[in-house]
Unconditional design. Structure first.
Length: 337
């Protein structure tokens, strides 16, 4: 079973090697949309609606997943393992919310105005690092900003080696600027607050006809906040040959299960920590703290350290742990009594 016609959809050896003789007769399809009670998938020729097997729910799937489908019944018989998975934990939810699967690059979109927030961008970066995707910060609305370079300079300091791209989401040149991540078979996802230009950027990347374009909304002048115009995650073809997953705006993003992602995000603190006198140093008041020494020497900003501390504490509180006697363990959040 070889499916060369699916490489443009993102099919690779990673998924090919998961196929077994028992899968003979099933067709790989990529999940294009997930709703409360239904799925749709892309098979390379267009989208079709899928049926779920008994006892399965749509919460088992994320946009971007690969599923093996019975072409006659259109039942998604099996979901393949994911190369990457973006997910977040929401308040009062039993489990994490799936954002997108098998994403190569995460475009973290924010605008050059009051929406720009370093602390929020760091949350998205931690999410991307943990998921195994490549983060790229995309700064929009540069046509309405007197000095967009100041925003770019600030964004570049958030993580080592981070790519920061300035675009006017309405202009065709935006597609050219983002082309290195949007080639044939590549998948990108768009995340960011409402009103930053994600839907506009999607329309530009996809080069859609006016009647097929995503709805866009204006931002309020008072606080630069926007309204939700994207209400569900969905997969779209990019004119350059890749695929883009659009997501609803997320103004609140709680961190959970992103320890490795935080270590990459705050690499300068991660590298200094082993030099501290105490192994469990909190980098707050202990003697012989290498991190505090870097702050005093002017090599690390106190604001950056404080943002690390806040995210580290939040991640610890929100990350589930197993507790109780063996054979009767329960999962609880460390921050909950």
């Amino acid at each position: 079973m070889i499916f060369p016609q699916l490489t443009g959809l993102g099919w690779s050896d990673f998924y090919q090697t998961q196929l077994t003789p028992e899968d003979e007769g099933l067709s790989p399809m990529r999940i294009a949309s997930v709703h409360r009670s239904r799925l749709s998938a892309e098979d390379g020729c267009g989208q079709i609606r899928l049926e779920l097997p008994l006892h399965a729910t749509t919460t088992d799937y994320a946009v971007g997943d690969w599923a093996l489908v019975n072409a006659e019944t259109r039942v998604a018989e099996r979901r393949l393992d994911r190369a990457s998975l973006l997910r977040r934990r929401t308040e009062h939810a039993r489990g994490p919310q799936l954002i997108a699967a098998n994403v190569d690059t995460l475009f973290i979109v924010t605008s050059c105005n009051e929406d720009f927030n370093s602390a929020r961008l760091e949350r998205y970066l931690a999410l991307s690092n943990e998921a195994g995707t490549t983060p790229v910060i995309v700064l929009t609305k540069i046509d309405k900003c007197d000095d967009p370079e100041t925003y770019r300079t600030t964004a570049l300091d958030l993580q080592r080696g981070i790519e920061v791209i300035l675009v006017n989401a309405k202009h065709p040149e935006a597609s050219q600027a983002l082309l290195p991540w949007c080639g044939p078979g590549q998948t990108v996802a768009l995340v960011g607050s409402s009103g930053v230009g994600k839907s506009t950027l999607l329309n530009t990347l996809a080069d859609k006809a006016p009647e097929d374009r995503q709805l866009t909304g204006k931002i309020r002048e008072g606080d630069a906040k926007g309204r939700h115009t994207t209400t569900a995650r969905s997969l779209h073809a990019i004119a350059s040959g890749g695929w883009v997953i659009d997501t609803p705006g997320m103004r609140t993003l709680h961190v959970s299960d992103v320890t490795a992602g935080l270590e990459v995000l705050f690499a300068e603190i991660t590298e200094l920590a082993p030099q501290c006198r105490f192994r469990n140093c909190t980098h707050a008041h202990e003697p012989g703290c290498a991190v505090q020494a870097a702050v005093k020497a002017g090599n690390l900003s106190p604001e950056r350290l404080e943002r690390w501390r806040k995210l580290d504490e939040e991640n610890t509180a929100n990350t589930p742990v197993q507790t109780g006697p063996k054979g009767n363990r329960t999962t609880v959040l460390r921050g909950k009594r």
